[in-house]
Design a protein around this ligand. Structure first.
Ligand code: NAD
Length: 498
């Protein structure tokens, strides 16, 4: 818990509560659930509240009550809370890093990257509070002053996934707060602890009660209650397509605003003139970093046939040197997947790949050595000769599985790259500007990269996907992030009333 401005790590298993108004409270259900370490499921990291729709109702009431005061505060002052909280996280980045490693199973390098991204995105968004600008528009009547101004949309619901629990929660909440919205936040039940530490950091900076409320628990109860609540005017969701489309239907019925960032099946095209060592290293970084559990993960490598043997050899040589284990160990390159159900789903995809005649090059099994048996570890897996109609070429596996597809030429590589329902990230490796530009202009994706991993992004650039990846057509982070959380008001003034 935070005591004053100090993050105190308890030796005993800590119980975490919902934040409703000014109080940390147990759920009205009286039930809790444990959060465990995916590298060793015997370790319980914390106990959280198994909440109900009634808890959500209480949280929304507090958020609604605090809205007029928060909205009435000068926007740059709201930004100050975000800026100071970013500073507190930076001062305690080692503790945040360690919790990400233990709770999510990220390597130390990946956890450090998430902490850094969190601090940067919060600082950038704090500055947006000073840039909530409108337009001054000349009227046809010289006696009229006309302009537009942004106003907060109201109480917003924030629902986040387990895989980036600090940064995604941080950027949605920070954007809502600088725009003058109050928040009811539901973190993922798999990784709620680091998200709750973020909220505690806001409170340590004296955020007024009720501005930020947190309710943990099952998506089917807590998430749906947020989606259905008539006083929640907008919901920002990141997660799977199945849940995103489900919430979209609930929200559409009552006409509230909805933004969803969902899955990906990101292509990584390697042309014959590419630096193959660099490309192989970046396939590993993008495809196996965070055990492949990123929305922007490199999951399809589309390589030209003439270099396929050479490239696959380089890739597997490098993969076979990786150390897979508990990420608390600094030597570890790749940690576990998040839980048993994820592990089983990934192993099922691997079986399907074999049945559909893809060629398994390396991996393809659960690791069961002494170091691995209490966690959810899968050997890094590469399939080749994957063709576009195969399940492993189409569906998001969300695990350490890379599908190599062998195309005859650039045109076929581009066609295959676009031949999925998703449209989040993409990369091409080449020194040929002509084909790089053709890729940039024709790839159906919200993000694209030339000679850079599919996972690369910076918090002051817009982030989000097209096709089935995104609902709402708005981008998160970057300067356009404020669009989702604000409404336009158009003002006409005639100072000399006649
Ligand atoms: P998920 O959809 O299972 O859960 C996301 C959130 O929704 C969680 O908080 C969960 O508790 C909640 N939820 C679950 N059931 C619900 C229901 N019936 N009603 C309302 N809320 C409900 O996703 P996940 O497994 O946590 O995250 C992995 C997915 O997220 C992957 O598909 C990944 O690609 C995607 N993701 C996308 C981005 C992006 O920016 N595009 C970023 C990170 C993760």
């Amino acid at each position: 818990m935070w005591e004053g401005n100090q993050l105190v790590v308890s030796q005993q298993t800590e119980t975490f509560y919902n934040l409703i108004g000014k109080d940390w409270r147990p759920s009205l259900s009286g039930e809790t659930f444990p959060v465990t370490n995916p590298a060793d499921q015997r370790i319980v990291l914390g106990i959280c509240q198994q909440s109900t729709a009634k808890d959500v109702d209480d949280a929304v009431r507090e958020a609604k009550k605090s809205l007029p005061t928060w909205k009435g505060m000068a926007a740059p002052k709201r930004g100050e809370y975000v800026r100071k909280t970013a500073q507190l996280i930076e001062d305690h980045s080692a503790e945040f890093l360690e919790l990400l490693v233990k709770e999510v199973g990220k390597s130390r390098a990946d956890a450090q990257a998430e902490v850094t991204r969190t601090i940067r995105v919060m600082r950038f968004l704090a500055g947006e509070a000073e840039r909530l600008t409108g337009e001054n528009i000349p009227s046809w009547d010289a006696g009229i002053t006309g302009y537009t101004k942004r106003e907060p949309v109201g109480v917003v619901g924030v629902i986040t996934p387990w895989n980036v629990p600090l940064a995604i929660s941080a950027w949605k909440i920070a954007t809502a707060l600088v725009c003058g919205c109050t928040v009811v936040f539901k973190p993922s039940s798999q990784t709620p602890l680091v998200s709750l530490k973020l909220i505690e950091a806001y409170l340590a900076n004296d955020l007024p009660p009720g501005v930020l409320n947190v309710v943990t628990g099952p998506g089917s109860k807590v998430g749906d209650a947020i989606a259905n609540h008539p006083d929640v005017k907008a919901i920002s969701f990141t997660g799977s397509n199945a849940i995103g489309t489900h919430i979209n239907q609930l929200v559409a019925k009552r006409g509230a605003r909805f933004q969803a960032e969902m899955g990906g099946k990101n292509p990584f095209v390697v042309l014959e003139d590419a630096d193959l060592d660099l490309a192989a290293e970046h396939v590993i970084a993008g495809g196996l970093g965070e055990s492949g559990q990123r929305c922007t993960a490199t999951s399809r490598v589309i390589v030209l046939q003439e270099i396929a043997d050479k490239f696959v050899q380089k890739l597997t040589d490098k993969i076979n040197r990786l150390k897979i284990g508990d990420p608390i160990d600094e030597q570890t390159d790749m940690g576990p997947v998040i839980d048993q159900s994820a592990m089983e789903s990934i192993l099922n995809y691997i079986e399907t790949g074999k049945q559909e005649q893809a060629v398994l090059v390396t991996g393809g099994y659960r690791l069961t050595g002494e170091e691995h048996i209490n966690g959810w570890f899968i050997a890094p897996t590469v399939f080749r000769r994957v063709t576009p109609e195969m399940t492993i070429a189409q569906e998001e596996i969300f695990g350490p599985v890379i599908s190599v597809m062998e195309a005859t030429d650039f045109e076929q590589a581009l066609e295959w790259a676009n031949d999925v329902k998703y449209g989040l990230s993409s990369s091409i490796y080449t020194n040929d500007m002509h084909r790089a530009m053709a890729f940039i202009n024709n790839i159906e994706a919200g993000l694209t990269h030339v000679n850079m991993p599919s996972t690369y992004s910076e918090p002051h650039y817009p982030f989000g996907g097209v096709k089935a990846t995104g609902i709402g057509g708005m981008r998160e982070v970057g300067s356009t992030a404020i669009d989702f959380y604000t409404e336009w008001k158009t003002v006409y003034i005639k100072p000399h009333a006649k």
